[in-house]
Design a protein around this ligand. Structure first.
Ligand code: 2AM
Length: 173
């Protein structure tokens, strides 16, 4: 299974974020229900990953904390994203979970973590003017939520795009 650990903002917030996005011809926006932050991309894993993540989580004692989403950017891969303001607590959680999973013997590729919420994808990068429109649409909005749980998701790739299914959920305590 192709898996990842996801943070899902509350449904109402995801809808507000989606409603803010300007539409451009070349841009494929994500549906509101798919808006998420990837905390850890685990890639191909056996079905035992669920138990491994459970054990890793049991080792962490992480209290819920606020996450503030702010700042528009794009990756060269054509991903348009919304960033995270003051991401320190999130980075710390990512590192601690990553370490705990390695202690459980879970193998996955370690990459630089750039927390972001993918808003849409384009074949060709958006122009500076288009990115400016995006930033303007988001600039006076406050998108924050309390992170109280994380999810293990499976990602199935189809020609029409990825379909994500939740396999399990763990609460921060
Ligand atoms: P993206 O939305 O920025 O592309 C499921 O594919 C999730 O894992 C998506 O949020 C995707 O991020 C992320 N993802 C896919 N491949 C990844 C990789 N190699 N490293 C980190 N994250 C990845």
């Amino acid at each position: 299974m192709r898996t990842f650990i996801s943070i899902d903002p509350p449904a109402a917030l995801r809808q507000s974020i989606r409603n803010c996005c300007p539409q451009f011809k070349s841009l494929r926006l994500m549906p509101a229900e798919q808006l998420h932050l990837t905390l850890l991309f685990l890639g191909e894993q056996p079905h035992t990953i669920r138990d491994s993540v459970s054990r890793a989580f049991a080792q962490l004692s992480q209290e819920p904390f606020r996450v503030q989403l702010r700042g528009i950017g794009q990756f060269s891969s054509g991903v348009i994203w919304l960033g995270v303001d003051s991401p320190q607590p999130l980075l710390q959680l990512q590192q601690r979970l990553s370490y705990a999973l390695q202690q459980q013997g879970v193998l996955f590729e370690q990459r630089n973590f750039h927390p972001h919420l993918t808003l849409g994808r384009t074949r060709r990068p958006l122009t500076q003017t288009q990115i400016g429109h995006f930033s303007e649409a988001f600039c006076d909005k406050e998108f924050s939520f309390t992170l109280s749980s994380v999810l293990l998701k499976q990602s199935k790739l189809y020609s029409t795009g990825a379909v994500h299914t939740t396999l399990d959920e763990w609460s921060l305590a």
